[in-house]
Design a binder for this molecule. Structure first.
Ligand code: AMP
Length: 169
């Protein structure tokens, strides 16, 4: 099965020059979704205590991964979405800054964590999550993505951590 057949590319969305990788055709197909999940799991070296996933498209496979791995699920969200006390990290966007938040009790020191998102682009998002987890003294087992836009060299921000992407563009 070629999973790229289930990724719809939308030119110039959400702004000119960006080719948006739309995973909703994949999510519509249960067999392709199951296959993608197995591919995401293929290089995970367990055990994993928590799956940390980024708002919002990281949540789809993040929760499936957590269930398969017998791990807890941790949502990372944009500011002021999480109701309890949070830790937060600012990161640079192409224009300006943004912030990500995680509940303060979500990940404990020494826990083995898998970080999942749909797309690794510039790596800014994943690098911010990396910093939050390192500050929590978590052990990052793997950065895990459905797609990597390799020409943007995002994995350079993830240091020595293992980075697995199912599809490369
Ligand atoms: P970055 O911080 O640049 O690595 O961007 C990663 C985040 O932005 C992920 O949460 C993706 O969902 C989203 N993203 C970035 N580029 C794209 C793209 N071309 N298509 C779909 N989502 C993208």
């Amino acid at each position: 099965m070629d999973l790229k057949d289930f990724i719809r590319e939308i030119p110039d969305f959400p702004k000119p020059g960006i080719s948006f990788k739309d995973i909703t055709p994949l999510l519509l197909d249960p067999q392709a979704t199951q296959y993608a999940l197995q591919e995401l799991l293929s290089e995970v070296e367990g055990p994993v205590d928590k799956v940390v996933a980024m708002e919002s498209r990281g949540f789809f496979f993040g929760l499936l991964l957590a269930k398969e791995l017998g791990a807890g699920f941790v949502p990372v969200r944009k500011p002021n979405k999480l109701p309890f006390q949070t830790i937060s990290k600012g990161y640079e966007l192409e224009y300006g800054m943004d912030t990500l938040e995680m509940h303060i009790d979500a990940v404990k020191a020494g826990e083995r964590v898998l970080v999942h998102d749909d797309v690794l682009a510039t790596g800014g998002t994943a690098a911010a999550v990396r910093q939050m987890l390192e500050e929590q003294e978590a052990q990052i087992v793997q950065f895990n993505f459905l797609m990597e836009l390799s020409f943007l060299k995002g994995r350079d921000y993830l240091g020595d951590h293992t980075t697995h992407a199912v599809l490369r563009y």
